[in-house]
Ligand binder design. Structure first.
Ligand SMILES: [Zn+2]
Length: 230
């Protein structure tokens, strides 16, 4: 685990899980207990309405900032590769020429940014950033932790337990940090997760609520399934 930007993470380990990694508690955690505190390796402020293009704003900020570029390159970030839409290919093409980047490496960086960006809000300012350890904590539609901004240190995000988490349990939070998201059904939740984070949720609730036909799909087929809803 990289120590860069990590303020507090002694109570969890990053462990392999289904070919990915996740955060697992190594001690029993009480509700309200601080699990991880971390500074971002990259961040970009956004204005209301820019949420849908946030990964692109963050990507361009990283491309134009040498320290952020180096910090992101050094971070052990998850990589989820999804088929790119033609307009995404065109944007990558444009950015590749503008910042003189190898197209393949740039596409990989885009996938990393898209899979790891986290929305933040601090003192009336909002944006998106990358917190490498926190982003190893999986999303769940039945989470046992929540993310919140530190009231004292700008851009420091804190992961807090919301109920008892036993040693050995995976630590998860709702990536939308919005209770209304948890009220949605399987299809709507997974549409939003796919749109914003490029994955299909495999939390215990989604496994239980998953409709017929949504299991064992390839990445391309998942996109079609979520679009058509059948
Ligand atoms: Zn889920």
């Amino acid at each position: 685990m990289s120590a860069v930007g990590l303020l507090h993470a002694l109570k969890v380990d990053v462990v392999d899980w289904r070919g990915e990694k996740q955060l697992v508690a190594n001690v029993d955690l009480r509700a309200g207990e601080l699990i991880v505190g971390e500074r971002p390796v990259a961040f970009a402020e956004t204005r209301p309405g820019e949420e849908a293009v946030a990964p692109w704003i963050l990507l361009e900020t990283i491309l134009s900032s040498e320290p952020m570029g180096a910090a992101v390159a050094a971070a052990d970030l998850k990589l989820t590769k999804w088929p790119l839409a033609p307009e995404d290919e065109a944007t990558l093409d444009h950015l590749g020429r503008k910042y003189k980047r190898n197209p393949k490496k740039l596409a990989q960086l885009y996938h990393r940014v898209a899979a790891n960006n986290i929305h933040y809000r601090h003192a009336g300012v909002m944006g998106f950033g990358i917190w490498p350890v926190l982003s190893r904590s999986n999303h769940s539609c039945d989470p046992n932790a929540r993310l919140c901004a530190s009231s004292q240190q700008p851009l420091v995000e804190l992961l807090l337990a919301t109920r008892l988490i036993g040693a050995g349990d995976a630590v998860s939070w709702n990536y939308f940090s919005d209770a209304a998201f948890l009220e949605l059904g399987w299809l709507e939740r997974n549409r939003r997760l796919y749109r914003d984070f490029q994955f299909l949720c495999r939390c215990s609730r989604c496994e239980a609520e998953r409709p017929e036909g949504a299991g064992g799909l390839s990445n391309a087929d998942i996109a079609v399934f979520l679009k058509e809803g059948k």
